[in-house]
Design a protein around this ligand. Structure first.
Ligand SMILES: [Cu+2]
Length: 315
C-alpha cells in the first residue's frame, strides 16, 4: 500500500505502522480539503456580486456545521489517541533490552557520521575530547581495556538483519538529524545529549537491491545519467565466457560495444546503496555531503564483517 502511494521501500519492523499513520492522516486531509474547498466554491457562487444576494446577518440557525465540526474533532481524536500516541509510546518508551540488540553510538559532526561499536566485549571504551584528532574523530582512548576491541567507522553503519538496533545518538558541534528513510527513522542529534533511537531492520540491503532491480535495454548511444548511478547484480559474460560487465559495476560508455558484441540487449540494474543515511537538519555549508550508508547483512555476514574490522584494529 505504502509503495503504491509513492512511499519509500519499508525495511524496518515498525515502518508499516508509520506508513499507516501517514496514510490515515492524508485521507482525513483529503476529505477536509475537498469538503471545505467545495463549500468555499459554493459560497462564492451563492453570494456572488451579480446576484445581489443579501446575507442574513443573524447567520445560520441550524446546527449542521457544529455536528460536522464535532465529527472532524472525533476523527482527529481517534487518530491521536488510537494511533499516534500508542505508536509514539512504542517508539520512545518500549526500547528493547540492550542484551538482545545491536548497540552502537553515533556521533554526528560537520559533516560526517561517526559510528562507534563496543566490539565483542559489549562495552564502549572511554572517549576523551582531548584525544580527538582527524585520525581519531571520537577521541577514543585505546589504552582503556574496554576500548581495545571497539570498532569505529565513518559514514558506514553495518547491521545484522532481524535484530533490534539501539543507537545512542549525539553530536559534536551543531544540531544534525539522523535520517534513515527506508527504516522510517528520523531523530535530531543534539550536542550535549545522548538520545536513544531504535528499530529492527527486516530485510538485508542485498535483498532490497534485488527488490528494486529493474530491466533496462542496453542504450544505443551514451549511458544516460539515471542509469550511470545503478549497478548490476550479476556478472554478464560474452560468448567466449569472458566477463563483459562484472557484478556490482555500473554501465559505462566504453562497456556498451562489448555488451552489444556479446548479444546482450538488456541488463538488470539496481541502486548501489539503497539504504542511506542522510542528515535531515541544515547543519552548515557541507550539509549536502553528510551522506552515509547502512548495510544490513545476514547474521553470518555481519559476524564476518566484525571479525574483519577486529583484524584491522589488531594490525
Ligand atoms: Cu548535519
Amino acid at each position: 500500500m505504502g509503495e503504491f502511494l509513492g512511499l519509500p521501500f519499508d525495511a524496518s519492523a515498525h515502518g508499516p505502522l508509520i506508513d499507516r499513520m501517514i496514510i490515515l492522516v492524508h485521507w482525513l486531509m483529503l476529505v477536509l480539503f475537498t469538503g471545505w474547498g467545495s463549500y468555499f466554491v459554493y459560497v462564492l457562487l451563492r453570494f456572488r456580486r451579480s446576484r445581489n444576494a443579501k446575507a442574513d446577518y443573524r447567520g445560520v440557525r441550524n446546527h449542521a456545521s457544529s455536528y460536522l465540526e464535532g465529527v472532524v474533532a472525533v476523527i482527529e481524536a481517534v487518530l491521536l489517541i488510537g494511533f499516534a500516541i500508542p505508536l509514539w509510546s512504542m517508539r520512545v518508551n518500549d526500547i528493547p533490552p540492550e542484551t538482545d540488540a545491536t548497540v552502537v553510538r553515533m556521533v554526528a559532526e560537520q559533516f560526517a557520521w561517526n559510528v562507534h561499536y563496543p566490539g565483542p566485549d559489549g562495552v564502549f571504551g572511554k572517549t576523551d575530547i582531548s584525544l580527538i584528532s582527524p585520525e581519531n574523530p571520537l577521541g577514543l582512548d585505546r589504552n582503556d581495556p574496554a576500548a581495545k576491541d571497539d570498532i569505529v567507522t565513518i559514514n558506514q553503519l553495518n547491521l545484522p538483519v532481524g535484530k533490534p538496533v539501539i543507537i545512542h545518538l549525539s553530536s559534536k558541534d551543531v544540531i544534525h538529524s539522523l535520517n534513515l528513510p527506508l527504516f522510517r527513522v528520523k531523530q535530531d542529534a543534539i550536542p550535549g545529549q545522548s538520545i536513544r533511537v531504535w528499530f529492527t531492520p527486516t530485510v538485508t540491503t542485498a535483498d532490497i537491491q534485488h527488490t528494486m532491480a529493474r530491466k533496462f535495454a542496453v542504450p544505443s548511444g551514451k549511458v544516460p545519467d539515471e542509469l550511470a548511478s545503478l549497478v548490476t547484480l550479476a556478472d554478464y559474460t560474452g560468448k567466449d565466457g569472458q566477463v563483459v560487465l562484472a557484478k556490482g559495476a555500473s554501465l559505462t560508455d566504453d562497456v556498451l560495444p562489448a555488451l552489444r558484441d556479446a548479444g546482450i540487449v538488456e541488463v538488470v540494474l539496481a541502486p548501489e546503496t539503497p539504504t542511506e543515511i542522510a542528515c535531515a537538519q541544515l547543519c552548515g555549508l557541507g550539509h549536502f555531503r553528510m551522506r552515509g550508508f547502512v548495510t544490513v547483512q545476514t547474521a553470518e555476514e555481519y559476524k564476518a564483517w566484525v571479525a574483519d574490522q577486529e583484524a584491522q584494529i589488531s594490525q
